[in-house]
Design a protein around this ligand. Structure first.
Ligand SMILES: Nc1ncnc2c1ncn2[C@@H]1O[C@H](COP(=O)(O)OP(=O)(O)OP(=O)(O)O)[C@@H](O)[C@H]1O
Length: 457
């Protein structure tokens, strides 16, 4: 049995969900607004602690992405997922960057809800630090992990050429790319192919670090350095000694922490908070961002000197929509993975599903593809997954995407204008085609051609 907090303002849906989850042995506390949820999560409330937060995206007093951002900045690490309409998927993708465990699209499918809940419960507390297992030997670390797809497209080949080129050096690297494109995967590849492969790979999600705790997380602290520092703590810089430190969403670090980071990089020395002792560290830094750090530097949000220190080498990870022939390769990979995880036996996706996938623009990139396929596999009873297992909103969204926005098709606009003009002039000259051609400044042959083209009577 798990203790869950549900924040949902639709009371009928909230009751349904509470009953359904209750039948599956969970205890649900339901709130209807952010304010109520804050009170429930607040100190002294007898309802907590909660194991998972289930948040409707649109709430009467705000949206749950902002709410979650605040919770994470206050140090709350309870796994959370957002329930959203398909049209808000882009927002849900942002939510995952700030530490939501997953998102689920409405109307909520019960099996899918239980799957996401199970995964959230298995994951336990959301941490900002993810340590990859140490590579066992040089020979092994040189190989790509089985979970890793390189792809065949031109952009994929170039990406891995850069990875192989920079990996053996000790250069700092900035990995830039949209959310979910696989930046962390690329960072791990660089580590595995580097001379540090036998050392640790420590990944920190700067997006989910609270401002106050970021410095202590990175550089460690001494007992009593601040309220709550009950014992000495080693920072992740020290934990990554001899290996690679991967800072995801680096643009989120505060200015103060950026200064400390620059010093650590330049002098290879860190000083834990509340300590006077310098600690020598040997760490290679890889940073990832989906922001334009140069633009942030121009506005003063990111230190330019730190940017240049990090930018010894830059790698762009392409968006899924630009990876063309890689899509079917990733699809098969994620289908195999989902079959294994969910004990299903989906062989492939139908041609219609693949057509939708090819046309869809995948704002959440590989992460979104992985999620959509997991749901497809979960909901498919047959060996071939069909359109019926796709959220209908995805198909509609894809169709809307295909249509040009009103007024944006320049050619159609020009043609409409041209037709109207020819009709007007022809009326003015009482259908004397020679006169009309003269006034329109075209020859008679062209005028005849256009009259036929636009079906002008
Ligand atoms: N080359 C790859 N082969 C197989 N799976 C991949 C690959 N790249 C990424 N993935 C999968 O796609 C998902 C997103 O990858 P990852 O977390 O590395 O993206 P990211 O760009 O770092 O995301 P964010 O911007 O949110 O930090 C993960 O589930 C990961 O397992």
């Amino acid at each position: 049995m798990a203790h869950l907090l549900l924040v949902e303002d639709d009371s009928t849906f909230s009751k349904l969900l509470t009953n359904f989850l209750g039948k599956h042995g969970h205890q649900v506390k339901a709130c209807t607004s952010i304010r109520e949820a804050r009170e429930t999560l607040g100190k002294g409330s007898s309802d907590g602690p909660f194991e998972v937060l289930m948040l409707d995206y649109r709430l009467p007093d705000g949206n749950s992405v902002d709410f979650l951002k605040t919770l994470r900045s206050e140090g709350n690490r309870t796994p959370a997922f957002i329930m959203t309409s398909f049209h808000d998927v882009r927002t849900a993708v942002t939510a995952m960057q700030i530490g939501a465990f997953d998102y689920i699209t409405k109307p909520v499918n019960p099996e899918e809800l239980l799957m996401v809940l199970r995964e959230a419960l298995n994951k336990g507390e959301v941490t900002s630090v993810k340590t990859a297992p140490k590579a066992k030997s040089n020979a092994q670390s040189g190989k790509q992990s089985l979970d890793y797809i390189e792809g065949k497209s031109k952009v994929a080949k170039q990406l891995f050429e850069y990875v192989r080129l920079v990996a053996p050096t000790d250069m700092s690297v900035i990995i830039q790319g949209e959310s979910g494109t696989g930046k962390e995967h690329v960072a791990k590849s660089i580590h595995r192919l580097s001379k540090r492969a036998d050392g640790p790979f420590v990944a920190i999600d700067c997006g989910s670090l609270s401002k106050d705790l970021a410095a202590s997380e990175l550089f460690g602290h001494k007992k009593g350095a601040f309220t709550g520092a009950l014992q000495d703590k080693i920072g992740q810089f020290e934990a990554a000694d001899g290996g690679t430190l991967f800072l995801d969403e680096i643009g989120n670090l505060s200015y103060d922490v950026q200064i400390k980071l620059l010093r650590a990089l330049q002098e290879r020395i860190i000083v834990p908070i509340g300590s006077t002792q310098q600690v020598k560290v040997d760490v290679r830094l890889i940073a990832a961002t989906n922001e334009d750090l140069i633009a942030n530097a121009a506005t003063g949000d990111f230190r330019e000197d730190l940017y240049h220190r990090l930018n010894e080498f830059k790698i762009e990870v392409p968006a899924l929509r630009k990876r063309g022939e890689d899509l079917p390769i990733f699809v098969q990979h994620f289908v195999d993975k989902a079959n294994e995880e969910l004990e299903r036996n989906v062989r492939e996706l139908s041609k219609e599903v693949m057509d939708v996938f090819q046309k869809y623009d995948w704002p959440g990139n590989l992460r979104e593809l992985n999620n959509v396929i997991k749901r497809l596999v979960l909901l498919s009873k047959e060996e071939v997954a069909t359109l019926s297992a796709l959220p209908s909103e995805m198909i509609t969204a894809m169709e809307d995407q295909q249509k040009p926005a009103p007024g944006s098709d320049l050619k159609a606009l020009q043609e409409t204008h041209e037709k109207e003009m020819i009709e007007k002039v022809l009326q003015e000259v009482r259908y004397n085609k020679s006169k009309a051609a003269k006034l329109l400044n075209i020859d008679r042959k062209t005028l005849y051609y256009k009259i036929e083209k636009y079906h002008i009577e």
